[in-house]
Design a binder for this molecule. Structure first.
Ligand code: ADP
Length: 447
């Protein structure tokens, strides 16, 4: 089972991996779409140009050699009219214009027009119309009417002998099929991308799991080491303490100087004992987090709070701090009694320790929905906003905290938070430097 932090790292890793994959897949699909659509349009325009060039050859031929087919003011002839007029002189119907474009005759999607030098229509085939008058006589003109899904190409035709402008070929083509092709391309890319994304999600899940495995293993090893080391240190520490106590009991034979040294050994050993026990407690709770329910019993939270208040009232009085409490009766939780006591003691004794003389500490217990909320509010030294995010880290001590109080290991809040989480709850903190802090402990109530 992943500890809470690893779950967080795992989700973050997965999200960033997925984010990168979505960006890669998205931009690749976009590039593929752009390349294919560009090629489709180019091919489409080339076909239109080929048709126009072939038609231009005939226009040149007819205009040059058979001007008689066009009578004065005789415009808008159909291709069939022209074929009839040409009789057997030129076989327009067999010309490349039709051979290369079998879909051309009677095709609803393409129109062709022969224009004279004054841009008047001489011959036309097909019914497509596009409004476009401004075109240049010296280059190939292209125009898209996106609203009506039409494309038009106008090719100026010059006499092959004297290079004089003799007219234009105007092609009008529907872009409907292009749009249709691009629509299906888009659908395929979206479906393909979606499928790739599903595979990527699976891959991301496996990869993050695999890449975190060694880190989790070494983290477990480290926790086991802390637990083992703390456990092993307890016996030699007890031996040192007992021996030093024995020497102290026979202090008549010891010089004043040595007596002082032995007293220092005793108090340092006591401090180390507390530290080792705290580390052991943290290591055990890290390990037991999944089987916590086994050791939990029903606890009267209001009574635990009251006992603690009675215990710490004396300390508050001696520090000249006003300690007040307001406890809602009959609030039950499920948990480990000594751990809950430890949690509340750590928070409340911190409030007393980090509040100067004449200060005030208010200790309340309230019920809100299914939570018991214990609030500890002090008018103490406070914590600045930058330090506040580190407050539950192991061995962390604030600058203000260190200068206000020399003793302390920086493990108290880490233990308190671990116990709260262990009991299905949490701790929040608000603080303003030099004004005070408010710690709130949330524990789930029962009954
Ligand atoms: P310790 O009290 O042993 O230093 P804790 O883990 O209990 O360790 O607290 C960590 C640090 O958080 C303290 O050193 C202090 O800087 C800060 N702190 C905790 N409680 C308070 C409080 N009520 N007011 C101001 N600072 C606090």
């Amino acid at each position: 089972m992943f500890p809470h932090k690893f779950q967080q790292i795992k989700s973050q890793l997965m999200l960033s991996y997925l984010g990168i994959m979505i960006a890669i897949l998205g931009s690749t699909s976009l590039i593929i779409y752009e390349i294919i659509s560009h090629n489709l349009f180019r091919q489409f325009e080339n076909n239109a140009l080929k048709t126009a060039t072939n038609a231009g050859l005939i226009l040149d031929l007819v205009k040059h050699e058979h001007e008689e087919y066009f009578k004065p003011n005789d415009f808008n002839l159909t291709l069939k009219d022209l074929i009839n007029r040409s009789e057997a002189n030129i076989n327009i119907a067999n010309n490349n214009v039709y051979k290369n474009n079998p879909y051309f005759f009677g095709n609803q999607d393409i129109s062709i027009q022969w224009l004279n030098e004054e841009k008047k229509v001489l011959v036309k085939e097909g019914n497509l119309i596009i409004q476009w008058e401004e075109f240049s006589p010296s280059k190939i003109n292209k125009y898209y009417d996106y609203q009506n899904n039409l494309f038009s190409l106008i090719l100026p035709i010059k006499n092959h002998k004297n290079d004089q402008l003799i007219g234009y070929i105007k092609i009008i083509e529907s872009t409907g099929f292009l749009k249709n092709n691009l629509f299906w391309l888009k659908i395929s890319l979206i479906l393909g991308g979606g499928f790739a994304l599903i595979l990527t999600t699976g891959g991301a899940f496996l990869l993050t799991k695999q890449s975190l495995q060694p880190i989790i293993a070494s983290f477990q090893e480290l926790k086991q080491f802390t637990a083992d080391a703390s456990h092993e240190l307890r016996t030699p520490l007890t031996v040192i303490k007992t021996s030093a106590d024995l020497v102290l009991n026979n202090h008549e034979e010891i010089s004043q100087d040595n007596l002082h040294k032995i007293k220092t050994i005793v108090s340092a050993t006591e401090e180390m004992n507390i530290l080792v026990n705290d580390l052991l407690l943290l290591a055990r709770m890290d390990k037991e987090i999944t089987e916590k329910e086994k050791f939990f019993i029903k606890l009267p939270l209001d009574e635990i709070c009251e006992d603690l208040f009675d215990l710490l009232e004396v300390q508050a009085q001696s520090s000249q701090i006003t300690l007040k409490c307001d406890l809602t009766p009959n609030l039950w939780i499920k948990g480990n009694a000594s751990h809950v006591q430890r949690l509340l003691t750590n928070i409340l004794s911190n409030a007393l320790q980090y509040t100067p003389k004449k200060g005030k500490v208010i200790f309340t217990l309230k019920k809100e929905l299914h939570w018991a909320i214990i609030t500890v509010e002090d008018t103490g030294i406070g914590i600045n906003s930058q330090e506040l995010k580190n407050i539950f880290h192991r061995f962390w001590r604030g600058e203000g905290g260190r200068s206000h109080r020399k003793e302390g290991s920086g493990l108290g809040l880490a233990i308190a938070e671990k116990i709260a989480i262990h009991h299905g709850g949490k701790i929040t903190v608000e603080s303003v430097l030099s004004q005070g802090s408010t710690f709130r402990i949330y524990l789930p109530i029962i009954g």
